[in-house]
Design a protein around this ligand. Structure first.
Ligand SMILES: CC(C)(COP(=O)(O)OP(=O)(O)OC[C@H]1O[C@@H](n2cnc3c(N)ncnc32)[C@H](O)[C@@H]1OP(=O)(O)O)[C@@H](O)C(=O)NCCC(=O)NCCS
Length: 177
């Protein structure tokens, strides 16, 4: 039985551990630091951080932080990062539940577009695609441009041809892109 709940600062060490276990050697330090930093970063609108619990322990985590474009105040965007599930709990729909729960909350908040930078084979299952993201330029040049994807949660009110995305401080690091 998996339970999804909003994380608190008391979950900090467990969240770090999830990403240290989930990500490969070269990425695990920077990703776990990102996950922990996002927990304490004050953002407006708020950053959503969710954990999955199973067998009485934290086994998965996802965060969604706000992104902005130019001075457009009527457009609401978020980015999903990071997402990790402990290896022994993978392939049990826990990642799917974390993403689904976050998307439900963001949809209700009136968010227009949700971005992700990750494996299209995985995120494609949830409706993310490169086409939706193509008008929006990420904050940094991407190491893997094919990983830049987005999904429209509420009708997209941004009508101009392109815009550059700004992200929260914790994500504002070239090494994460
Ligand atoms: C990616 C990750 C979060 C998936 O978590 P999970 O709980 O195993 O995912 P789910 O069980 O919800 O998988 C949903 C579907 O995606 C598939 N899937 C799982 N991992 C996948 C991957 N790496 N690539 C493609 N498909 C994948 C599953 O088979 C499942 O397919 P189905 O619905 O047809 O059965 C987890 O493997 C992980 O933590 N990986 C290491 C960290 C990482 O890469 N994070 C994402 C960074 S962008």
């Amino acid at each position: 039985m998996t339970r999804i709940r909003v994380s608190t600062s008391l979950d900090r060490d467990d969240i770090r551990e999830v990403h240290l276990c989930a990500f490969p050697e070269g990425e695990k330090q920077i990703v776990s630091t990102l996950a922990v930093n996002l927990l304490s970063e004050e953002t407006s609108p708020k950053t959503i951080s969710l954990i999955a619990e199973a067998d009485g322990a934290v086994v998965g985590h996802v965060a969604f932080s706000p992104v902005t474009i130019n001075d457009n105040k009527s457009w609401k965007g978020y980015i999903l990062a990071p997402l990790g599930v402990k290896p022994e709990y993978q392939k049990r729909q826990i990642g799917s539940k974390l993403i689904g729960s976050g998307m439900e909350q963001l949809s209700k908040m009136g968010v227009n577009v949700l971005f992700v930078y990750g494996d299209p084979n995985y995120y494609g299952k949830f409706g993310f695609d490169a086409d939706t993201a193509s008008r929006y330029l990420p904050p940094y040049e991407l190491q893997y441009p094919f990983g830049w994807q987005a999904i429209t949660l509420n009708e997209d009110v941004f009508t101009e041809s392109t815009a550059k995305i700004s992200c929260v401080d914790s994500l504002n690091d070239q090494e994460l892109w």
